[in-house]
Design a protein around this ligand. Structure first.
Ligand code: HEM
Length: 505
């Protein structure tokens, strides 16, 4: 009797597999090429960190439009400028959705934040608010003083460190935490009107800032790929490494802190207190948004806008330390255009093409979001002549495109002059901020912060590497492709900048 059952079960399994095989063969769609895969988990075992490198090698074997399955989720990976351009022009609307992920559901207020929401009226509304009320040129001009002041505080901390080196010598300084503090304080002051790190911060706010940074770090760690997103059937029985429980915990803690910020601003408004400039929370409160939407938006601005800008300055400084000749030319431009008695300002940015091309070349080699942010197809469409079914997750490998030898000469070398005049290039070969509807709404702000910060560092200090060997440029893991080792450098105040600038800070 037992034998009969074994026989029946085996026969049914064989028939089932045969059925699947025939079904697959009879699929008339012209899907992009794909490596062999395993049942249920698909290609998940192929995906190793750093993911953009793994996907680049797969695209070398299978082509610039390739399909994968991450468990039950179909994925298409784009690795050529023409295919990327097609995604964000012809198919821009069809590909304007974001895939639903567990992290966005639990930590992104039920996928209602601007970065996680599907394309539709709610997302358009947030985008409009951001473009007109939060990051518009007019609002950015209104928050200029915040950025200038934070850059000055960064310079002061370096000047103090350099001063304590004694004998006018070089001081060894760790840059990452300073740059993160700079961009975190800028965003927090624009969002809530308060600075949370460093000088003039009361103990309560400093403690809150520490906890908040921790929450953002955890949110980032948990926002990566979660096995439960790809194997939903298993998610019901296993909580992979307790991730879901951790997400719930982080979401609760961050919600409490964000609510505290909103309550504080609301009571200030209700008490008729004057505010120095309208913060992002003020703008949203006066437009009548619910607390949950405001909290989600604040969280998005902080997580999307902090480490990305800081990492760009860190990569650019690392590249310049490895190319002192380029650093010298950038300084010559600054001395020539700005002089030696004041700091470069945002109005000067367009007069500094060399500085701009250094920033663009750093973003080409080390884009903070190497795979952009995943998109999802709302309808069937075609890319590069291949069919892309509805509900497919689209990963655009900006990192691979920006290092493609078919597009860039000597692609791994740092040659800023190649980026001169590339602003407004829409060919899909340089897309650190993405393209189309879902491209980064913070690009203008990021450019101001990075330009202002980098210009000031170069104007005020002489820089050297800590040793003979070049700065290590390997990338670590994380959502915003960080440098594996935080940058350390030797810095010394420039004599010509002490009296008029550094001593006045
Ligand atoms: C160097 C700095 C930055 C880089 C390289 C960067 C890059 C990106 C990229 C690649 C995307 C995804 C585009 C796509 O899906 O196709 C994105 C989205 C986004 N970025 Fe940025 N970003 C930076 C700074 C900022 C800043 C300063 C803010 C705001 C304060 C910001 C806010 C956002 C938001 C809200 C989204 C989601 C947009 C949406 O889904 O509609 N980013 N960014």
């Amino acid at each position: 009797m037992e034998d009969a059952w074994v026989y029946i079960l085996s026969a049914t399994s064989v028939l089932f597999l045969l059925f699947l095989f025939i079904l697959q063969r009879s699929d008339k769609r012209n899907l992009p090429p794909s490596p062999p895969s395993l049942p249920i988990i698909g290609h998940l075992l192929l995906i190793k960190e750093p993911v953009h490198r793994t996907l680049q090698s797969l695209s070398h074997r299978y082509g610039p439009v390739l399909s994968l399955s991450f468990g039950s989720r179909p994925v298409v990976v784009i690795s050529s400028p023409s295919a990327a351009e097609e995604c964000f022009t012809t198919n821009d609307l069809v590909l304007a959705n974001r895939p639903r992920m567990l992290a966005g559901h639990i930590m992104g207020y039920g996928n209602t934040t601007m970065g996680t929401a599907h394309y539709g009226p709610h997302w358009r509304n947030l985008r409009r608010l951001t473009a007109l009320e939060i990051l518009s040129p007019h609002r950015l001009a209104g928050s200029l003083a915040v950025r200038q002041e934070e850059v000055r505080l960064l310079l002061r901390s370096l000047y103090e460190a350099a001063g304590s080196a004694g004998g006018g010598g070089y001081a060894r300084v760790e840059m990452r935490s300073r740059l993160q503090e700079l961009s975190f304080n800028i965003i927090m002051r624009m969002v809530s009107g308060k600075r949370y790190f460093g000088a003039a911060v009361n103990a309560g706010d400093a403690e809150m800032a520490g906890q908040f940074r921790e929450v953002i770090k955890e949110t980032f760690e948990l926002s990566g790929t979660d096995p439960g997103d790809f194997l939903p059937a298993l998610r019901k029985v296993v909580d992979f490494k307790g991730r879901e429980r951790r997400m719930v915990d982080v979401a609760k803690r961050s919600d409490g802190m964000l609510q505290g910020m909103i309550d504080e601003l609301r009571s200030r408004r209700d008490g008729g207190q004057e505010v120095e400039s309208k913060t992002m929370i003020d703008a949203m409160l006066s437009e009548g948004y619910s607390d949950d939407i405001i909290k989600g938006h604040v969280l998005t601005m902080i997580s999307a806008g902090t480490d990305t800008s800081a990492a760009t300055i860190e990569w650019a400084m690392s590249l310049l330390l490895n190319h002192p000749d380029v650093m010298k030319r950038a300084l010559a431009e600054l001395d020539h255009v700005i002089g030696r008695d004041r700091l470069a300002d945002e109005a000067d940015i367009h007069k500094l093409p060399r500085l701009q091309s250094i920033i663009n070349e750093a973003l080409r080699l080390f884009p903070p979001a190497p795979l952009l942010v995943p998109h999802e197809s709302a309808e069937d469409c075609t890319v590069g002549g291949f069919d892309v079914p509805r509900g497919t997750m689209i990963l655009v490998n900006a990192w691979a495109i920006q290092r493609d030898p078919k597009v860039w000469d000597d692609p791994t070398s740092f040659k800023p002059e190649r980026c001169e005049g590339l602003e407004g290039d829409h060919s899909g070969r340089l897309l650190p901020f993405g393209m189309g509807r879902r491209s980064c709404p913070g690009a203008g702000l990021a450019n101001r912060v990075v330009s202002l910060g980098l210009a000031a560092l170069l104007q005020c200090f002489e820089w050297e590497r800590v040793g003979e060997e070049p700065v290590d440029l390997s990338e670590g893991t994380g959502l915003t492709m960080p440098k594996r080792e935080p940058l350390e450098a030797m810095c010394k105040a420039r004599e010509c900048m002490i009296a008029n600038v550094l001593a006045q800070l």
